[in-house]
Design a protein around this ligand. Structure first.
Ligand SMILES: *Cc1c(COP(=O)(O)O)cnc(C)c1O
Length: 428
């Protein structure tokens, strides 16, 4: 690194405004700058998006796509929800950041709203999903030492193979994906991995030092994998019997995505703590939180944890607006109905390239058969104006905004049908 003095960039930005400076970049230059100056930890679709509205995004050439990536389910409200944007705009004229050195009315309202929405007693605001998971891990460990009586530094947390909980060093340390881990050790000890959806394995892994079980109720990044029916409720029972905390990571599955407020609500499986993120930010900002039972949450004492931006007034009003819109527009019910229509529609395509269609609500995975040319299919989806990207196991994720109606669902089905038709027939 070196000291730099080039002032033309700053002058241009300051004179024209940031948006005008960005708008002067074409597709090729955008990609060139991103690849030259950015680390290569993502492999984006070759599309430069300039605008969004509802379920649609527009690229730099004016082509319109249906956004089925939906920012990995963070875009539940659709692009530029009027209600959420309006709340943010009014807050931008008033107060945006204070740190937690003082109280704000916005944070007070946010904490109340998170607890009402989740059924929790208390909540701790953060920014990103990974931070929410880290926060839950700290709470679970301190609860184990101070309430359960686990000997110090011996607490264990049980997680599932195929999990995705974020990208910090502690979290990737208990991932079972080699690409997430390789080169980043040494890792935090204290985690036990069991197969996802395997109740006997989970039960067998519990010891007197187990603080918590941390699971996604549906493994989204792993390819939209649903556990066997009854697994969520059975896990709740096992945890209660063993005095072990149950933590659902609902960062991707929460906020109406699966047809209920939270995916655990499909069964009798209320958690002790829940990790929240993504759609809590209303498609505008990074807003996350952990919410849970008082006995667990109150182990945090002054100085135990914190975040400069966590719970800031702008994030707080965005979070409150995001939850209010989901509730008032009954987007959980819409997600259920539209999700059923999408899943049923995919199945009815009976395309020979489709291996399986899985999902709940508008969290849908379309798994194609082994040997399918993934790169070619991705291109065909783009040509048809559908933004979707494969997760693991040849599964394309469809997580469009929860605001879509039947016409958009049918449009997605049509476009996917056409994209699949461009594949060479591999035989049934
Ligand atoms: C996205 C995600 C995270 C991490 O959230 P970030 O905001 O990317 O840190 C954690 N858990 C699950 C289930 C997720 O889908």
């Amino acid at each position: 690194m070196s000291q730099t003095e080039n002032t033309s960039l700053w002058r241009e930005v300051y004179a024209k405004g940031v948006q005008a400076a960005a708008e002067s970049l074409g597709q090729a230059e955008t990609i060139e700058l991103t690849e030259r100056y950015g680390t290569h930890n993502y492999h984006p679709l070759p599309v430069t998006i300039v605008r969004g509205e509802g379920p649609y995004v527009e690229d730099v050439s004016g082509k319109i796509y249906i956004d089925c990536v939906g920012s990995y389910s963070a875009m539940a409200h659709g692009h530029l929800s009027k209600f959420v944007v309006g709340a943010a705009q009014r807050q931008l004229e008033r107060l945006t950041l204070t740190s937690r050195a003082v109280f704000t009315r916005e944070l007070a309202l946010f904490l109340q709203a998170v607890c009402e929405y989740t059924g929790a007693d208390m909540a701790c605001p953060m920014n990103t999903g990974a931070e929410a998971v880290e926060t839950a891990i700290k709470l679970a460990r301190k609860w184990a030492y101070t309430v359960k009586g686990v000997p110090s530094d011996a607490a264990e947390i049980i997680v599932a193979a195929g999990n995705f909980h974020g990208r910090t060093t502690t979290i990737v340390g208990f991932s079972s994906e080699e690409t997430y881990r390789t080169g980043f050790g040494p890792f935090t000890p204290g985690f036990t991995i069991v197969p996802f959806g395997d109740l006997a394995a989970l039960e067998a892994a519990i010891t007197s030092n187990t603080a918590a079980v941390l699971l996604e109720p549906i493994q989204a990044e792993a390819g939209i994998l649903l556990p066997p029916d009854g697994f969520l409720a059975a896990t709740r029972k096992v945890c209660t019997a063993a005095n072990v905390l149950l933590i659902w990571d609902e960062i991707q599955t929460g906020f109406a995505r699966t047809g209920k407020r939270f995916a655990w609500m499909h069964e009798d499986a209320a958690p002790d703590m829940i990790c929240l993120g993504k759609a809590l930010g209303g498609g505008l900002a990074a807003v996350s939180a952990v919410a849970g039972r008082r006995e667990v949450m109150e182990v945090f004492k002054s100085g135990d944890h914190g975040s400069t931006f966590g719970g800031n007034p702008l994030a707080a009003v965005i979070g409150v607006a995001a939850m209010a819109e989901l509730e008032v527009l009954n987007l959980a019910e819409n997600s259920r109905v539209m999700g059923d229509r999408l899943i049923e529609g995919f199945r009815c395509l009976q395309d020979p390239a489709i291996f399986e269609v899985r999902g709940r609500g508008l969290l849908v995975g379309l798994e194609v058969k082994p040997g399918t040319d993934i790169a070619r299919l991705t291109k065909a989806f783009l040509a048809e104006g559908v933004l979707t990207k494969e997760t693991r196991h040849r599964t394309f994720r469809f997580a469009p905004p929860l605001t879509i109606g039947p016409a958009v669902v049918d449009d997605i089905l049509n476009r996917v049908h056409h994209a699949l038709e461009t594949l060479p027939n591999m035989g049934a």
